[in-house]
Write a protein that binds this ligand. Structure first.
Ligand SMILES: [Zn+2]
Ligand SMILES: [Zn+2]
Ligand SMILES: [Zn+2]
Ligand SMILES: [Zn+2]
Ligand SMILES: [Zn+2]
Length: 296
């Protein structure tokens, strides 16, 4: 059986080849790191920023940049760091992928310490070589990035929830406002107990490790990981989330069962599409009585 000579190369040897301009080496590395790949971003229509869940063109001069290894998409202002002010000219690798490549590591060797998942924007903490999802810190109520305590005067809301509140009250966001969701300090403030880290089973992936968040419906005990909530569309762009009960209080997150009133309400999807003229009601055949959803 024929095997490609690159199969025998180590990750670090492949990366060195890539640096000398061998584009095949990157293809090979992508196959090795397939576990990280975010398929959702393969089509422009579906691409979201992994941190704020908004699609392209959130606002001007804040492009979504895609990682050339894991296909992660992030707004420049949401991720900050090396893409904060510039769109990279060549390939761009998110911080996690850059580290994997430069150190020749396997995909599973960098995980979020809060959920053990490898998919999405994972950033390093200053402490103990640990890594976390921006989204895990931003949506777990007990935790926040250090800078967010400054941004919101030490209140107990998490970063994303604070950002959503700002989005509602401010027109046009400036880069500084997103400092507290990008985790630039590498310091997470707050505490979750051991029992929360290892003791709760996620409603959706059924794993028993990692911090779960709880459905905010009174009396519902459903618990799930932040990343599982994102995959199941329970955490999504702010304008499609449930409204906080009071101004300044956290955005509620509901399990699939209690989220239904928004999930099955299709009006917001229709409203966001370019409006087509309403069809004439003159019927030319009996089939026209049943317009499909797509025709509306
Ligand atoms: Zn974003
Ligand atoms: Zn990446
Ligand atoms: Zn996580
Ligand atoms: Zn889960
Ligand atoms: Zn529930």
């Amino acid at each position: 059986m024929l095997t490609n000579s690159t199969d025998r190369l180590t990750n670090i040897q492949l990366y060195r080849r890539y640096l000398t301009g061998d584009s095949f080496a990157l293809k090979r590395l992508k196959i090795r790191h397939a576990a990280l790949y975010i398929f959702q971003n393969d089509s422009d229509e579906l691409s979201n920023c992994d941190i704020c869940q908004h699609p392209l063109s959130h606002y001007n001069e804040n492009e979504i940049i895609f990682c050339d290894l894991c296909n992660l998409g992030v707004h420049q202002f949401c991720y900050k760091r090396d893409i904060s002010l510039h769109i990279p000219e060549g390939d761009w690798f998110c911080l996690r992928c850059k580290t994997l490549l430069e150190d020749g590591l396997d995909s599973q060797m960098i995980r979020c310490m809060l959920c053990w998942d490898v998919e999405g924007s994972i950033i390093p903490l200053k402490k103990d070589g640990q890594w976390v999802h921006n989204t895990c810190v931003n949506w777990i109520k007990e935790l926040y990035f250090e800078e967010s305590s400054k941004a919101r005067g030490g209140s107990s809301q998490s970063g994303m929830q604070n950002m959503a509140t700002q989005e509602c009250t401010m027109s046009g966001s400036q880069p500084e406002e997103e400092d507290f969701i990008s985790g630039m300090s590498g310091i997470v403030v707050g505490k979750v107990g051991e029992e929360k880290l290892y003791g709760e089973e996620c409603e959706y992936c059924r794993h028993q490790f990692g911090v779960c968040i709880k459905c905010d419906k009174e009396g519902c005990e459903a618990k799930f990981h932040v990343r599982c909530a994102i995959r199941n569309q329970l955490i999504r762009r702010f304008d499609r989330m449930h409204k906080p009960p009071r101004e300044g209080s956290p955005i509620p997150i509901y399990c699939k069962e209690h989220d239904q009133d928004i999930i099955i309400d299709l009006t917001h999807i229709r409203d966001s599409k370019p409006q087509k003229p309403i069809k004439s009601l003159k019927l030319s055949s009996p089939y026209d009585i049943f317009p499909t959803l797509l025709d509306l």
